[in-house]
Design a protein around this ligand. Sequence first.
Ligand SMILES: [Zn+2]
Length: 392
Amino acid sequence: MQVAPKRLRKLATKLDSNDIKIGGSAKFAQVLGKVRTHEFNVFHLRQVTNKPLKAVFTHAVNDFGLGESIKLTPCKLDALADDLQAAYNSNPYHGASHAADTLQNAVYMLHKDGLGAALPPVLLFSVLLAAAGHDAAHCGVRNILVPAELEAVFGKQGSQEHMHAEVTCSLLHKSGLFSKQRSAEFAEVCGIVKQLIHTTDMSLHNEVNGYATCDEIEQAKEAHGLAYGKWPREAQLPLCCFLLHWADISNVARPIDVSAAFAVLLGHEQSPAGAEKGKAAAAATAATAKAAAAAAGAAAQAAAGAAVAAAVMAAARGKVKDPLPTLKQLLQDQELAAVAANQRNFMLNFAASTLQQLHKVLPKAAAEAQQHFDSNLVRWELIINNSSPAAS
Ligand SMILES: [Zn+2]
């Protein structure tokens, strides 16, 4: 089902004028109208708004009726969406466009198999918020390159993921969406958001794949099939964690133009020059986190998360962040064959096993993703084979 264009145009006019480029509102409505589908293209959205994450987040929250069901004040929701958008560094890959794409894929899956309508509203809101904030303040480096100072604050295991979670919860607190009288709801959302974001740590890949067939889910399936609304919370939560993990890595199974753009951007971020930039950003983030944690004592992680969020947003002020990728230029620095080989290896060594598990819990979304996954794999193989010395 497509969303009524009228409603989308209303949202377009609600976003402040800086968000929408001149003449973009009809195109904006057209692109955002695909948010429930697998055909959504975040790079098309970037052509009409500088705030793709804000657009997808506010649209999704309202589309699921959460503004009413859990009483979210529109202007506070808007402020949270703005802060989430601003909390991303302009990394080639781990920026706000990747977050918007991850969130959109989560939204797509929640609709496709009917899970979204079946989840309790607080859990559903937590999934959307976790997807939107899952890489907030990412430094553009892998966890193995994270400085010891950052690990000292956020822990050695998944230090960046702990940071993303703390940043996201600090922004939720700042937004005031859950007032003092609603502190129990705030605590519940933060608890779920932290669990969800921690499971995007790639070193937990095999463990999180196992969530799809954990005892709680198997028992729920046996008793209720895929009527997710009848599942107990103990089964719904691991399913949501698993869903977010797949949403995070699922751009390999999107239509090829989206998939290829992300592959090139990731190659750029992980190039020697990209890694150097990332290491410098990570060192600055670590210094901010360390100073805030030292001053805060017991609430060290929460204080560090808030300080990191504030630093990223202050650095962003007045700058155009997350610039549109010019793929042709980026590709000049990279061998297409190397991009193709990296993509193929990631698909076979990581994404394939998650997709296989996805068929067991969200079969409709999995079937559509599988088609793209298979055809993309053939395309990457063709590029690799055509570039190998034996082919010339
Ligand atoms: Zn991510």
